[in-house]
Design a protein around this ligand. Structure first.
Ligand code: FES
Length: 102
Protein backbone atom coordinates (compact mmCIF):
# COMPACT_ATOMS: atom_id res chain seq x y z
CA UNK A 1 0.00 0.00 0.00
CA UNK A 2 2.04 2.93 -1.30
CA UNK A 3 -0.19 5.62 0.21
CA UNK A 4 1.60 5.20 3.52
CA UNK A 5 5.09 5.84 2.11
CA UNK A 6 6.90 9.04 1.21
CA UNK A 7 7.96 8.67 -2.42
CA UNK A 8 8.85 11.03 -5.22
CA UNK A 9 7.95 10.11 -8.77
CA UNK A 10 9.82 11.76 -11.61
CA UNK A 11 9.45 11.43 -15.34
CA UNK A 12 11.98 12.54 -17.86
CA UNK A 13 11.09 11.70 -21.43
CA UNK A 14 10.33 8.00 -21.48
CA UNK A 15 12.19 7.36 -18.23
CA UNK A 16 10.34 7.27 -14.92
CA UNK A 17 11.87 7.14 -11.47
CA UNK A 18 10.52 6.39 -8.03
CA UNK A 19 12.68 7.15 -5.00
CA UNK A 20 12.48 8.01 -1.34
CA UNK A 21 10.92 11.37 -0.53
CA UNK A 22 13.58 12.62 1.85
CA UNK A 23 17.31 12.96 1.38
CA UNK A 24 19.50 10.26 2.99
CA UNK A 25 21.75 13.04 4.31
CA UNK A 26 19.54 15.33 6.44
CA UNK A 27 16.07 14.53 5.17
CA UNK A 28 15.51 17.47 2.83
CA UNK A 29 12.33 17.20 0.81
CA UNK A 30 13.47 15.67 -2.46
CA UNK A 31 10.34 16.78 -4.28
CA UNK A 32 12.17 20.11 -4.55
CA UNK A 33 15.23 18.47 -6.09
CA UNK A 34 16.15 18.51 -9.74
CA UNK A 35 17.42 15.94 -12.18
CA UNK A 36 20.51 16.55 -14.29
CA UNK A 37 22.31 13.95 -16.37
CA UNK A 38 20.51 11.04 -14.69
CA UNK A 39 21.35 12.29 -11.20
CA UNK A 40 19.02 13.68 -8.59
CA UNK A 41 20.36 16.80 -6.91
CA UNK A 42 19.24 17.47 -3.36
CA UNK A 43 17.92 21.02 -2.90
CA UNK A 44 19.53 21.58 0.51
CA UNK A 45 23.24 20.76 0.33
CA UNK A 46 23.42 19.75 -3.34
CA UNK A 47 24.62 16.18 -2.94
CA UNK A 48 23.63 14.22 -5.99
CA UNK A 49 22.45 10.66 -6.29
CA UNK A 50 22.64 8.28 -9.22
CA UNK A 51 19.23 7.38 -10.55
CA UNK A 52 20.68 4.06 -11.68
CA UNK A 53 21.89 2.71 -8.34
CA UNK A 54 21.27 5.49 -5.80
CA UNK A 55 24.97 6.10 -5.11
CA UNK A 56 25.80 9.48 -3.61
CA UNK A 57 28.28 11.83 -5.27
CA UNK A 58 31.93 11.87 -4.23
CA UNK A 59 32.81 13.57 -0.96
CA UNK A 60 29.71 12.51 0.96
CA UNK A 61 31.02 9.91 3.37
CA UNK A 62 28.52 8.11 5.57
CA UNK A 63 25.56 9.17 3.43
CA UNK A 64 23.59 6.09 2.42
CA UNK A 65 22.49 5.49 -1.14
CA UNK A 66 19.17 6.87 -2.28
CA UNK A 67 16.47 4.22 -2.19
CA UNK A 68 15.17 3.62 -5.69
CA UNK A 69 12.14 1.61 -6.69
CA UNK A 70 11.30 0.03 -10.04
CA UNK A 71 8.74 2.11 -11.90
CA UNK A 72 7.32 2.14 -15.39
CA UNK A 73 4.73 3.90 -17.49
CA UNK A 74 1.63 1.78 -17.78
CA UNK A 75 -1.05 3.26 -20.02
CA UNK A 76 -1.57 6.75 -18.56
CA UNK A 77 -0.21 5.89 -15.12
CA UNK A 78 3.13 5.36 -13.45
CA UNK A 79 3.31 1.92 -11.85
CA UNK A 80 5.67 1.45 -8.90
CA UNK A 81 6.80 -1.94 -7.60
CA UNK A 82 4.94 -2.05 -4.29
CA UNK A 83 6.78 -5.17 -3.17
CA UNK A 84 10.12 -3.36 -3.48
CA UNK A 85 8.78 -0.41 -1.48
CA UNK A 86 7.42 -2.65 1.26
CA UNK A 87 10.66 -4.63 1.52
CA UNK A 88 12.85 -1.49 1.73
CA UNK A 89 10.57 1.33 2.91
CA UNK A 90 11.63 4.91 2.22
CA UNK A 91 10.92 6.29 5.67
CA UNK A 92 9.89 9.90 6.17
CA UNK A 93 6.39 11.26 6.34
CA UNK A 94 3.79 10.50 3.74
CA UNK A 95 4.09 12.61 0.65
CA UNK A 96 3.71 11.73 -3.01
CA UNK A 97 4.96 14.24 -5.54
CA UNK A 98 5.24 14.17 -9.27
CA UNK A 99 8.18 16.06 -10.79
CA UNK A 100 7.12 15.39 -14.37
CA UNK A 101 6.49 19.07 -15.09
CA UNK A 102 9.76 20.37 -13.65
S1 FES B 1 19.98 17.19 3.05
FE1 FES B 1 20.34 16.49 1.05
S2 FES B 1 22.45 16.83 0.76
FE2 FES B 1 22.06 17.45 2.80
Amino acid sequence: MLESHALVLARRGDAVYAFQGTCPHEKADLSHGRIEDDRLICPRHLASFSLSDGAVSAGWKNVPALKLYPARIQDDDIAVDATAVESNPPGGSRKIWDLSNR
